[in-house]
Design a protein around this ligand. Structure first.
Ligand SMILES: [Fe+2]
Length: 287
């Protein structure tokens, strides 16, 4: 079974969303969709998600899964919006319970804010096998960036890597969010880079230097030869020292506080208050 991948780049958050399926009229999975959010006005918008929606309808795909590689800190997830429009089940790592616990504490949200699965329809166990129609898939547990990162491996030779690896000239993701760990990320990436060289790796982000277009995919062989942080020969100690030093200099992402608040429950926005308006909370002096 040959999987087809359609990738969508959201320039505002430098995020790739992907749709994977076996051909027109078959079941599909939508991976890491984006709900637009303007922090200045507090407005959400569905432009990026509607582009995916139009593609799914044009290809007559049946959405089986809305997959999240992790609780993103740089964009709001459109999974709940797309579930409402297209159906499908929202899936993420079972380890997201740790992220939910930490952040419901930080935001002082009510105990039932993430009750049960926290609006996720399925929480994957580490390395759980599943299917997308006739496509075989596996939710590889690749912690490090956060404790709850997954990489979705489809038909063995395709892997959606989430925030483990970026394109070779950009490197790797930060590890300084609560529960992040550079040594864990090193081992998770080594695991992915132990796959055969021709394995296609699909990115969740690209931050291209000027003059280069965003790259949605590259191969294991390309990463092993040229990733600026994780090429062959880089040892765990060197990687951890580099990552920790780099992370200490990074600002928090612009949308961290709005994003995590929504993404720990699968992209479902807070309930409207008595006046019909939804609100996000902004903790001060905590992060
Ligand atoms: Fe991330």
């Amino acid at each position: 079974m040959q999987p087809h991948v359609e990738s969508f780049f959201d320039a505002q958050t430098s995020t790739f969303s992907h749709v994977v399926h076996a051909g027109p009229g078959t079941p599909c999975a939508i991976i890491d969709s984006v709900l637009g959010y303007d922090p200045k006005s507090g407005r959400t918008d569905t432009r990026a998600a509607d582009g995916i929606l139009a593609y799914v309808q044009q290809q007559r795909l049946a959405v089986q899964w809305l997959l999240e590689t992790h609780a993103h800190a740089d964009h709001l997830s459109a999974a709940a919006y797309l579930r409402q429009r297209l159906g499908g089940r929202i899936g993420a790592s079972g380890a997201i319970r740790n992220v939910q616990r930490v952040f419901t504490g930080i935001y002082n949200l009510p105990a039932d804010y993430c009750a049960e699965h926290g609006q996720f329809d399925h929480l994957f166990q580490a390395d759980e096998a599943f299917t997308i129609g006739e496509l075989r898939a596996c939710a590889l547990h690749v912690p490090g960036h956060t404790p709850a990162d997954l990489a979705f491996q489809i038909e063995e030779r395709l892997v959606f890597v989430g925030d483990t690896l970026f394109p070779p000239d950009v490197g790797t993701a930060r590890c300084d969010f609560p529960g992040g760990c550079a040594a864990q990320l090193y081992r998770s990436i080594r695991r992915l880079l132990a796959l055969p060289g021709e394995t296609r790796l699909f990115m969740c982000h690209d931050y291209p230097p000027s003059g280069r277009k965003p790259i949605a995919e590259c191969s294991v062989a390309e990463q092993r030869a040229a990733n600026i942080h994780m090429h062959d020969g880089v040892g765990e100690g060197d990687f951890v020292a580099m990552r920790n030093q780099r992370d200490a200099q990074l600002d928090m992402p612009n949308l961290l506080l709005p994003s995590i608040q929504v993404n720990i429950r699968a992209g479902v926005l807070p309930e409207p208050e008595g006046n019909g308006v939804r609100y996000l909370k902004m903790p001060l002096d905590v992060l």
